[in-house]
Structures are given as structure tokens and as C-alpha cells.
Design a protein around this ligand. Structure first.
Ligand SMILES: C[S@@+](CC[C@H](N)C(=O)[O-])C[C@H]1O[C@@H](n2cnc3c(N)ncnc32)[C@H](O)[C@@H]1O
Length: 212
């Protein structure tokens, strides 16, 4: 890929739009399927939980989650109108009995009440947020005490695939430090998909109970 094509693809991945945005939606869906599956398997929302995904793209992870167990509310924020429309179409009739609330918006300004969600997560999106600390503080704010905030970050182990090897691992360390600063209990886990690619799961648990 030439530099110009690479930059164009990167911008599309950050905010899919127009005709190529439709193609980007397909690419995200197939390219991130293993990571989305690994992330959903690692999340363990309680029965009837309220879940929120930031940067849901085509909505694959939300669909997997809602079809794998009874969920009370499937919510999400994405700043791409194209992805919001696509994910709404996808989740229509593919979410069990869960209520659906997918909104156009920004990670840095979440339009939900404090302590609304049991699980708040993001797959392959954290590295794109201009104000990462602000967005994580928003996510921690809408999380119930005892709930989990999970960032799923891809890491390439060989060169030539979208980003330098090890960039995701470095990003995961940054994320872990930010979550600790917010007072969350942090755990880092790695899932290797192949010798070339791994998913890093950075989990921050919000301590305490709602009535504390
Ligand atoms: C690389 S895609 C990943 C999509 C999906 N999570 C996946 O793994 O297939 C990143 C998504 O995050 C969204 N996004 C990026 N920055 C955002 C922000 N600041 N606020 C809301 N959504 C954002 C993009 O529109 C895009 O849908």
C-alpha cells in the first residue's frame, strides 16, 4: 500500500464514511472477527446486564454479546453516522430480548447517566481517541461500581500490517496506567491469534458497591 492509500485507509478506519466507508465496514467485520470474538468471550456481564460499546463500527461485537447470553440493554456510541446506521440494521432482530440504544456521538462526551452500565468496552478504537484520558474518565463514570471497563487492543508482531509491531502493546501499557490513575483495579491479558497478531485486553474494575 502506498503512503497515500495507507493514510486514506487509516482515516476511513477512524471514521468510516461514503462509498469506501461501506467497504471499510466489511473489512472491519472480517478483519476484526477473531478479536471481537476473543473480547466478547472475555466479558462476563451478569444476566440482564446493561452493556455499552464505544466505537462499535459495524456492531459485530454487540451482536455476538447479545446473542450469547440474556442482555437487558445493548447501547453504544460511534461518531460515524454510516456505522450507526449499519449497526442498527445489524442489531435489529439480532439481540434477543435486549433493548437497543445506539447513538451518534463522541467517546469524550457520553450522553448516559452515571453508573448506568455493568460493562463498558471498546475494540480497536482507543488508539483513535484524541483525548484518551477524558474518554476513559467518561467510561468509568457511566460504569456501575463492581463493573468492568475493557479495552481490546490489537498488536501486530511482524511488520507491514497497518502499524509497526509492538505499537498495540505500548498502547495497552498507556491504557493500563490511565485506568490505574482513575482508581480502577487493572489486569492485562494477552490472547495470541497467530504468530503475527495478538489481542491485548486491558480490564479495569470499578471497586465498591452502589450503596457504598
Ligand atoms: C477501527 S474501527 C473498529 C470498529 C469495531 N469496534 C471493530 O473492532 O470492528 C473504530 C471505530 O471507532 C469509531 N470511533 C473512532 N473514534 C471515535 C470517537 N472519538 N468517538 C466515537 N467513535 C469513534 C469509528 O467511527 C469506528 O467505527
Amino acid at each position: 500500500m502506498t503512503q497515500t492509500n495507507e493514510t486514506f485507509a487509516m482515516h476511513q478506519a477512524e471514521k468510516p464514511r461514503g462509498a469506501f466507508g461501506v467497504v471499510m465496514g466489511w473489512l472491519l467485520e472480517s478483519g476484526n472477527a477473531a478479536q471481537n470474538r476473543a473480547t466478547v468471550d472475555a466479558l462476563a456481564p451478569p444476566h440482564g446486564a446493561s452493556i455499552l460499546e464505544i466505537g462499535f463500527g459495524p456492531g459485530h461485537a454487540l451482536e455476538m454479546l447479545a446473542m450469547s447470553r440474556p442482555i437487558g440493554l445493548v447501547a453504544g456510541i460511534d461518531h460515524s453516522p454510516l456505522m450507526v446506521a449499519r449497526a442498527r440494521r445489524r442489531l435489529n432482530g439480532r439481540r434477543g430480548d435486549a433493548a437497543l440504544d445506539l447513538r451518534l456521538g463522541d467517546a469524550g462526551d457520553l450522553p448516559f447517566p452515571d453508573e448506568r452500565f455493568d460493562v463498558v468496552f471498546a475494540v480497536n478504537s482507543f488508539h483513535q481517541w484524541p483525548d484518551k484520558e477524558g474518554a476513559l474518565a467518561e467510561m468509568a463514570g457511566v460504569l456501575k461500581p463492581g463493573g468492568d471497563l475493557l479495552l481490546s487492543i490489537r498488536d501486530f508482531r511482524v511488520g507491514g500490517r497497518f502499524e509497526p509491531p509492538g505499537k498495540g502493546a505500548a498502547m495497552a501499557t498507556v491504557a493500563a496506567d490511565m485506568l490505574k490513575e482513575l482508581g480502577l483495579q487493572v489486569r492485562l491479558r494477552e490472547i495470541a491469534h497467530s504468530p503475527a497478531r495478538a489481542t491485548l485486553l486491558v480490564r479495569g474494575r470499578k471497586v465498591g458497591r452502589a450503596e457504598d
